[in-house]
Design a protein around this ligand. Structure first.
Ligand SMILES: Nc1ncnc2c1ncn2[C@@H]1O[C@H](COP(=O)(O)OP(=O)(O)OP(=O)(O)O)[C@@H](O)[C@H]1O
Ligand SMILES: O=C(O)C1=C[C@@H](O)[C@@H](O)[C@H](O)C1
Ligand SMILES: [Mg+2]
Length: 172
């Protein structure tokens, strides 16, 4: 691990990485970094536009560059990673070498209800809820071996549980 405190929240779209990451960073007095926002800043367009205009493979390259940049930077931070960031271009190794990884493990039914009306997630575009559930379930199953490499896993995570897990880890 580096000399800096870098906390990487990983998990499925809708697992709460952005929602829980910001207050976690506030309580630890650390900057909060949203990886998707960093990708958008670098590309000068939205994640949706990158997927549509340049394709997923190009997005994964950008995503990996942004991850490596932050992994190497001389800064402490909490990062909400992109949902797929740990699962492409050996992202989980980059994360685990640089800092502390926390998998926010939320069941598919809950992910579905949280993302039901959301149109912004390119991998979850669907005609109806049933199709979205099929896509979410396939993505969830495919990603389990990747997310399982996180140093900490929290089932149905809450902010207090996340704070407690980080606290315990820092006391080790
Ligand atoms: N613990 C929670 N309980 C209830 N709703 C939640 C919780 N965490 C997040 N949400 C809601 O779920 C939705 C998705 O959360 P969020 O954007 O934080 O997920 P994410 O992991 O950052 O997803 P993405 O990978 O797409 O960026 C938001 O509408 C948020 O309000
Ligand atoms: O799970 C994924 O692969 C993604 C999740 C989002 O955070 C974005 O990074 C993008 O929509 C891809
Ligand atoms: Mg997010």
């Amino acid at each position: 691990m580096s000399d800096y405190l870098k906390i990487f929240l990983v998990g499925m779209p809708g697992s709460g990485k952005s929602t829980l990451g910001r207050p976690l960073a506030e309580t630890l007095l650390l900057p909060f970094v949203d990886q998707d926002k960093e990708i958008e800043r670098r590309a000068g367009k939205t994640v949706q536009a990158i997927f549509a205009e340049d394709g997923e493979a190009y997005f994964r390259l950008l995503e990996s560059e942004v991850l490596k940049h932050w992994a190497a930077t001389d800064m402490n931070f909490v990062m909400a990673t992109g949902g797929g960031a740990p699962c492409f271009h050996d992202g989980m190794t980059v994360i685990n070498v640089a800092g502390i990884s926390v998998f926010l493990d939320v069941p598919v039914e809950e992910l579905l209800s949280r993302t039901a009306t959301d149109k912004g997630r390119p991998l979850l575009q669907a005609e109806d809820l049933a199709e979205k559930k099929t896509k979410l379930t396939a993505l969830y199953d495919r990603r389990q071996t990747c997310y399982a490499q996180a140093q900490i896993a929290l089932k149905e995570p809450t902010l207090p549980a996340l704070q407690h897990a980080i606290d315990a880890r820092l006391r080790k």
